[in-house]
Design a binder for this molecule. Sequence first.
Ligand code: ZN
Length: 644
Amino acid sequence: MNKIIRTQNSPTAVYASQELAKYLTKITQNNDFSIHSKAYDESDKENGILLCRLSEIGINIPTIDNKLDDSTYISIKNGRGVIAGSNDRAILIGVYRFLTIIGCRFLRPGEDGEFLIRIPLYEMHAFEEHTASLRHRGICIEGAVSYENLIEVLDWLPKIGANSYFAQFPTSYTFFNQWYSHLKNPYVKPEYYDKEIAAQMTHDAAMHAKKLGLIYHAVGHGWTCGCIGIEGLNWDPEKIKLTPEQESCVAQINGERVLYGDIAVDTNLCYSSEKVQNLLTDYIVKYAKEHPEADYLHLWIADNCNNHCECENCAQMTPSDWYVNILTILDKKLEKENLPVKIVFLLYFELLWPPEKNIHINKDRFTLMFAPFTRTFEQAYCECKDTEYKLPEFVRNNITLPKKTEEYIAHLKAWQKIFDGDSFDYDYYLCKAHYGDPSYYRIASLISRDVKYMKEMGINGIIDCQVIRAAFPNGLPMYVLMQTMWDDTLEFDDIVNDYLSHCYGEDWRQCKKYLSSLAECFDVEYFQVPTKDFLKPEYAQKLSRVEEIVSEFEPVVQANISRYTNKTLALSWDYMQYHLTYCRLFAKFMSAKSVGDDVEANIYWTEFFEFVFKNEPALQRVLDVYYLTHQFEYFMKFRRIIDK
Ligand SMILES: [Zn+2]
């Protein structure tokens, strides 16, 4: 029997040893591995593969926080040696790093997204000593999500070097419901779904994330309405008659205290009110007590802007000043209850302007989250020219959201003058923007440039607010994001070559040519921030090349479509075949839209809509058809033509 010996017994450490045994059995095609749990003994490195903590083998890295920062040490010769981590999550990441070094790749979520080699144990050699370049490496849930989709993606995260998962809202009801009710899909009947099921699934997914050792973030949206007794499950407007008590708590705008646009999570409160301050902070403390699984709780306020309270007291200070005031009250209450949970505060809407008076924020408790919601995805942070950009003056209930990267960076810098604690960028690469780039190559390249610039920005990681299903035609953007955050010295082109060669086999260079040529045809900005009446004729010009690129590549797809028995390669080419039609139709409806031909645009849009929904069973795990079509119809006013 070949031994896997572990010194730690947390669920994550146990899982790490089981994962190693599982993959070694597959790779060696030999069922002779056994797992042993015992105290650290140096000689075990000679007896098998030892999984342990860095501190046990005498490696202490003074610059890292062992709980949050992931460091791995791998030393395997002839299938024997040690895989050590700064914490149990890092041991699990170390196991996957070892498998990657010996030649395996985790290209997409799921078993059929893995490329595994076949070698005997004694031929396995690996040596690597590494600390992740950035601390916070993760995703936040968006889109339409089945429970199985979520678990599959969570499992993928540590395999590609990620360490965090953020379940926004008190439960993931809205995201699960968008899937189970099959919104927009004309071909599938809705399934029964309710809030209780959502709460159970949210809890089970959290427990699964904890088993993987992921740093678990929670809530954000929903505190402000929840604390006054109104459930905020999503962004749907709902006519709710406020009680006099609730009315006294919500923000007063133009002399009125009502729910903003009838949307509870979009409504701000009267933050200067002591009653509101206590309701809000007590509500968060209660949640923290009931949810010890949350490592980070996000204290977000309304998900909209220009709706802050105008009452006499609130007008005395900026929203950020009242916000920091509440952070401080919360910190004291958590301290009193001995709750270690970290609190994330955000730079978003009005809170982009730093406070003027309340500038003390406890670095041990709080983490800064930079949320450049309206940024452009055609310019990377490093391409930001004007580094001395002057902040616009803050005017209550009359702010304009930044469009320029320069302006966002200026807000960040202003905050960094008063807070130099931990931080991350909450970005939106695979939320809406990626749908403007069907090549997935253009957005992947931007991601690489952004990640490599994070340290320069004084930011310690990225949590991407994104759809869970974002791997069509491949998982390159997420792969680049997580791999580059793991090691920011990696060059984009090297990751691409390595990824595509494992994903597509022998003809990968032609895939690269296809995707990189397509990348030149797409304009993420046009989709992200449409022009007046959506007119941009020069975009139609760029898109006119798509047909030629697709036609040239089509024979390559045909030659590969039934070529591989390996299920990962076969599936990669399968997705590529769907991608040809996807790009052709995309170019047609976008091109018609950009020259102002709405009738034709809607005819092509309808064709595209039918194509993605009819093929949803084949593409479900990699393409969020609901979210995709919703974005185009909501922001670009495409309309499906229904035959009478
Ligand atoms: Zn007020």
